[in-house]
Design a protein around this ligand. Structure first.
Ligand code: CO
Length: 208
């Protein structure tokens, strides 16, 4: 028995509308995908990758998790990066955080939440690395700043993956970007952390 019927109805209406607009759309996409972008973002329901940058299916390869983390040993994220770079030959990896992130908020208080505490530990590490910048800021400003610093840290983590380092060594054209999205007005901001070769990482990272 089908449940959540309204969703199937909405899907049918959407697929029909897309096909009416472009009769070959699904046939074309079914044969291959050529996205130029890999989006690594937060799982937050308010931050849907394609909608925010207004791109249709087929344009963005997406990985999302709580607080857009790129953990050195996370096979899930590492596999996505490898597939995107090696197989899809994408040109841009975007790490996109957002203001008002519950993951960032939870990492900054001292409550226990369960399994997720181990995941949030990575954000607490980012806070510790940047304690001199964060200490003394009012709580709301501190959350926003930590969300930005977390993106910058994850950009560095992407650049340090063996996949990205090897791609650059081979001369593959690939840039890693750090962006932040404001859920209060829908606007994206570039954190000026665009890295296109390994040597740029230290220079940019040091000047944050
Ligand atoms: Co979030």
């Amino acid at each position: 028995m089908k449940t959540l019927n309204p969703l199937f109805e909405k899907n049918l209406a959407w697929a029909t509308a897309v096909q009416q607009e472009d009769p070959d759309f699904f046939t074309r996409l079914a044969s291959q995908q050529h996205p130029e972008l890999l989006w690594i973002g937060c799982a937050d329901s308010r931050v849907p990758a394609n909608q925010i940058i207004d791109l249709p299916p087929g344009e963005v390869f997406v990985h999302r998790n709580i607080a857009n983390l790129v953990v050195h040993t996370d096979l899930n994220c590492l596999s996505v990066i490898e597939f995107a770079v090696e197989v899809l030959a994408i040109r841009h990896i975007i790490v996109c955080g957002h203001y008002g992130c519950s993951g960032i908020r939870a990492a900054m208080d001292n409550q226990e939440y369960g399994v997720i505490d181990n995941w949030l530990r990575h954000i607490k590490d980012v806070a510790r690395f940047n304690a001199d910048v964060l200490d003394g800021l009012p709580p709301e400003v501190r959350h926003d700043r930590l969300a930005e610093l977390n993106v910058i840290e994850q950009v560095a983590n992407v650049c340090n993956t063996s996949t990205v380092r090897n791609a650059w060594r081979r001369g593959h054209e690939l840039s890693v970007h750090g962006w932040i999205y404001d859920i209060r007005n829908g606007i994206l901001k570039d954190l000026d952390m665009c890295i296109s070769r390994y040597e740029q990482l230290e220079e940019k990272y040091r000047n944050v």
